[in-house]
Design a protein around this ligand. Structure first.
Ligand SMILES: *[C@@H]1O[C@H](CO)[C@@H](O)[C@H](O)[C@H]1NC(C)=O
Ligand SMILES: *[C@@H]1O[C@H](CO)[C@@H](O)[C@H](O)[C@H]1NC(C)=O
Ligand SMILES: *[C@@H]1O[C@H](CO)[C@@H](O)[C@H](O)[C@H]1NC(C)=O
Ligand SMILES: *[C@@H]1O[C@H](CO)[C@@H](O)[C@H](O)[C@H]1NC(C)=O
Ligand SMILES: *[C@@H]1O[C@H](CO)[C@@H](O)[C@H](O)[C@H]1NC(C)=O
Length: 495
């Protein structure tokens, strides 16, 4: 080959190489070892930051797990936990991530990580995102950013997605879904709507958005606020007499009591359910230092009830979940939504146990391995933070759901049916209230040969689904069933 020819070759090779480099995941983001895990990582993991606002230095942290199936074809799913203020490592550690975390025997050692046979990464690639800035490992160099709300969070997360897909362009063609739980009942539809507007406006890169998933999600102040009383009555937690009285005094309006008589009946309801674990009425609530003692209200539950709440998860579910949505007396309304630590006005949270996550994510070696900011920038990881002040400024989510589903985006609305935090009665009511024709009438759905919940399918691919015996964070309580419905929904199969 002559000199000119070889020069052209080199140039072509150079171009080819640079295409290769710019067309694949950033090498610096790859996670090569996972402290506490002894085996071979079953798929590629990446972690790092995406800057969503250069002038403010606002940086969102993500942990990306490639599918353990066919990463080149399987859907890519963005996962969001709620709060507001809770880190999406909740999902990674306690719900559907690739590992089950076993608590360390001693305070100094790390948790032991085992492979999770029901990881949602068996069938999809997942981006676990800490959002908004101030949550988990995400941060801003300008602290005014910690005053935020629904609208700003959705636009930041959209900016994140566009930049993320520029970094990982090999995933642009995969079907893309947005999923989350609890307060992410607001994050998911508001973000999906930003994505839709971006697609309509021809914003690049073009996201191959297909649909979304919301679990025990906050949706509508009035419908969700009215859902508790029928739930606690149906579950046998209040008497028929009280149910009749509260209905009479409140006229079905429980979310916004207009009379002293209504308020006093609601107080009676509250007293009856006070000792229960709000995130799963079948689970015990542990109190302070008497951590292992179960309350009398738990003992009162018949054993068949307790059985319903049992899980095949090898490591017990948390004693009481901290990734809250919605404490009974502090419903999500327009305006500032208090974060958990702000609500309870203390750092010492009663009845909670996020110790495995804390031990792992605050470990220096782990933080290095998963590419978090230095401790001087993000001093510690909290499951839920009080660093942010969060304004619920997007109102009811029903208009978003109408818009998204009428545009052909598929929606799965699922509920652990023993969650008292965002009870299924609310999600059942609002999905029905949209008024779409029923195309798959209420029926049981099966997993492993058993009825594990119920579903009703509506026109425009809107599906409501319950998971029997599960609490607020369904995959934490019912991992096998959760992987089953997730897999079927992503594949577009009936559940
Ligand atoms: C880690 O792997 C080594 C060698 O394969 C094994 O001997 C050890 O028991 C493993 N430790 C844990 C905690 O699984
Ligand atoms: C932080 O952001 C606010 C709002 O944009 C701006 O007014 C302020 O100057 C910024 N502060 C710093 C230190 O950059
Ligand atoms: C409220 O309850 C009291 C006592 O049951 C009753 O006498 C009164 O009429 C009620 N008030 C209204 C406005 O219904
Ligand atoms: C959905 O939103 C788009 C973009 O804002 C708007 O043009 C459209 O009319 C809305 N559709 C419905 C059914 O609300
Ligand atoms: C429902 O989703 C399927 C699969 O994506 C699609 O083919 C179908 O057109 C959708 N139906 C409606 C009514 O949007």
């Amino acid at each position: 080959m002559n000199k000119v020819g070889s020069t052209i070759c080199l140039i072509l090779l150079h171009i080819y190489l640079s295409i290769l480099v710019t067309n694949s995941a950033p090498e610096t983001a790859i996670v090569t070892q996972i402290p506490g895990f002894n085996g071979t990582i079953p798929s590629k993991h990446y972690a790092g930051y995406v800057t969503v606002d250069e002038s403010h230095g606002r940086n969102l942290y993500y942990y990306f797990v490639e599918s353990e199936g066919k990463p080149s074809e399987d859907p890519v799913v963005l996962w969001l936990n709620g709060g507001p203020g809770c880190s999406s490592f909740d999902g990674f550690i306690y719900e559907h991530g690739p590992f089950n975390f076993e608590a360390a025997k001693t305070k100094e050692s790390l948790p032991t990580l085992h492979l999770n046979p029901y990881s949602w990464t068996k069938v999809s690639s997942i981006i676990y995102l800490d959002s908004p800035a101030g949550v988990g490992f995400s941060y801003s160099e300008n602290e005014t950013d910690y005053q935020t709300g629904d609208i700003k969070t959705a636009s930041d997360t959209h900016a994140f997605l566009l930049k993320w897909f520029e970094l990982y362009p090999e995933f642009l063609a995969n079907p893309f879904f947005i999923a989350g739980e609890s307060y992410a009942g607001v994050y998911v539809p508001t973000l999906a709507y930003e994505v839709l507007k971006g697609i309509d406006a021809g914003v690049k890169p073009n996201l191959n958005f297909k649909g979304y998933i919301v679990g025990n999600g906050v949706t509508d102040e009035q419908i969700d606020g009215n859902a508790l009383v029928p739930f606690v009555h149906g579950m046998g937690l209040i008497s028929d007499e009280l149910f009749e009285e509260v209905n009479r005094e409140c006229n079905g309006n429980f979310y916004n009591s207009l009379s002293d008589n209504c308020t006093s009946k609601l107080t009676k309801v509250d007293e009856d359910i006070d000792g229960l674990n709000v995130y799963n009425i079948l689970e015990p609530c542990y109190h302070g230092t008497e951590a292992e003692k179960i309350t009398t209200s738990y003992i009162r539950l018949p054993s068949s009830f307790r059985k319903l709440g049992e899980t095949e998860k090898p490591h017990p579910v948390r004693k009481r979940m901290f990734g809250r949505a919605w404490p009974l007396r502090a419903p999500v309304r327009d305006g500032i939504v208090p974060t958990w630590p702000q609500l309870i006005n203390s750092n010492n949270v009663p009845c909670t146990d996020g110790s495995v996550a804390n031990a792992w994510l605050n470990n220096e070696v782990v933080r290095k391995a998963i590419h978090t900011a230095e401790k001087s920038v993000v001093s510690s990881w909290d499951l839920c933070t009080d660093k942010i002040s969060f304004n619920h400024d997007a109102g009811s989510m029903i208009k978003y759901h109408k818009n998204l589903t009428s545009r052909g985006y598929r929606a799965l609305i699922f509920s652990g049916d023993h969650d008292m935090c965002v009870p299924f009665t609310g999600s059942q009511a609002w999905t029905r209230s949209i008024g779409y024709k029923i195309v798959d009438e209420w029926r049981p759905w099966l997993s492993n040969g058993q009825v594990v919940g119920y579903t009703q399918g509506y026109d425009n691919n809107l599906t409501f689904l319950t998971i029997k015996g599960a609490g607020h964070t369904v995959p934490e309580y019912k991992p096998q069933e959760a992987l089953d419905f997730y897999k079927r929904f992503l594949a577009g199969l009936p559940i």
